[in-house]
Design a protein around this ligand. Structure first.
Ligand code: ZN
Length: 400
């Protein structure tokens, strides 16, 4: 059922907080959430509807992109974001509907063969120098604008900006990376009639880059991957009738939320600065999204103590957020990142929804095991937004 047909607008306010990668696994019997001293989160959990959500599907470990799509109610299996688009978002490139985005590598070509797919992992400084040279010399191809941005080491992003809108089908072109050293690079092949023009521009870009880089010892060639255009996605406003903003420090999350039509509030720093921004933006929006990144970073480093400390730090700021008295507060993660695995994982993620219309009183703390006892049970991530809308009385009755 399309939920947008049930939407009724009102004056309620929602604060939606993602603690990136918050779910964990026990080390010496306790998870990161169970080890953290977080009286404010635990008190809130006691009076909230709690549960666990499954980000994409049973056993599926999501990237942060699909993880966020799921909790925002967009089925990650239906709304897939291309690799090139993700790369561009991560580098803070503001993509338009006229763009094809690609993730690229500098590589070493010798006698027609790729002998190093990463150009000996050149330094980021070298990358910046080369990318500037390419940018200065290749500004347009066949009437398209060429936009380049350096990533780390050998990686960079290419955006081909057409004068007209580009569909996902038109961006369907094959990668040129042969995946193995000692093989010739592949040609960018169009996968259908409509994607010919994109393939043509890509071919010309490779030729010109090769000419410009020919005297480089290592980075004398470029490999192109992940050709993709923006997928057609209904915005938060269209789908939920919510005027939404996002407060996130990392470019990728700003990019993902911009795809969903959330306004990006510029913020630098860490939790303190972000919470200040929540307080400033609060009055102007129905829905304020706050993204806390570093919890995931410590999990990925296998730094159990670091992850615990970051959860505790967030807890100290929670009262400031609650003092705004939003009608509904949601706290969850986009996926689990157990320090034990040093990686994202498939495990269900603790979830808390606080509103005047919940039972509450079922759990004693905001942890994996306590949330399991809550009234929400274990639910798909895509169920969270309908529940949030219901809890702010923004959903009409279904049927007579
Ligand atoms: Zn994440």
């Amino acid at each position: 059922m399309d939920i947008s047909s049930l939407i009724q607008k009102n004056e309620t306010k929602i604060i939606f907080i993602i603690l990136d990668g918050v779910g964990g696994l026990p080390v010496n019997g306790k998870t990161e959430l169970e080890s953290a001293y977080k009286p404010n989160l635990d008190a809130l959990a006691k009076s909230s509807a709690c549960g666990l959500h499954i980000p994409v599907s049973y056993g599926i470990t999501p990237g942060s992109g699909p993880g966020h799509f799921g909790v925002f109610g967009y089925d990650p299996l239906k709304y897939e974001i291309g690799r090139g688009v993700l790369e561009a978002l991560g580098l803070d490139i503001e993509l338009k509907k006229t763009d094809v985005a690609l993730r690229c590598n500098y590589a070493t070509l010798k006698d027609g063969l790729i002998i190093d797919r990463r150009a000996g992992r050149i330094s980021t400084e070298k990358n910046i120098e080369l990318t500037k040279r390419l940018s200065d010399e290749i500004k347009e191809i066949d009437g398209t604008e060429i936009i380049l941005k350096s990533g780390k080491e050998h990686r960079f992003c290419l955006v081909i900006r057409f004068p007209e809108n580009i569909t996902e089908k038109e961006a369907m072109v094959t990668d040129t990376d042969p995946q193995k050293e000692g093989k010739p690079p592949l040609e960018p092949e169009p996968l259908n009639e409509e994607s010919r023009k994109v393939a043509e521009v890509a071919k010309k870009f490779i030729e010109r880059a090769k000419e410009i880089l020919k005297n480089e010892e290592k980075a004398n060639y470029v490999l192109l991957r992940g050709f993709s255009a923006l997928p057609p996605i209904p915005s938060f406003e269209e789908r939920y009738g919510l005027k939404a903003c996002s407060i996130a420090v990392y470019p990728m999350y700003r990019g993902i939320t911009r795809l969903l039509g959330m306004e990006n509030i510029p913020v630098e720093g860490d939790i303190k600065e972000e919470v200040e921004m929540v307080k400033k933006a609060y009055k102007d929006y129905d829905f304020v999204f706050l993204h806390i990144k570093k919890i995931d970073s410590f999990g990925e480093d296998g730094n159990f103590e670091g992850k615990v400390k970051k959860i505790e730090e967030f807890d100290r700021f929670l009262p400031e957020i609650l003092s705004l008295k939003p009608d509904t507060v949601v706290i969850t993660g986009d996926h689990s990142t157990p320090s034990l695995l040093k990686a994202h994982s498939w495990h269900p993620v603790p979830l808390l929804i606080n509103s005047p219309y919940v039972l509450g009183g079922l759990v004693n703390a905001f942890t994996e095991r306590e949330c399991f006892k809550g009234e929400l049970g274990v639910i798909p991530a895509t169920s969270i937004m309908p529940l949030v809308l219901a809890n702010t009385l923004r959903l009409k009755k279904f049927g007579a």
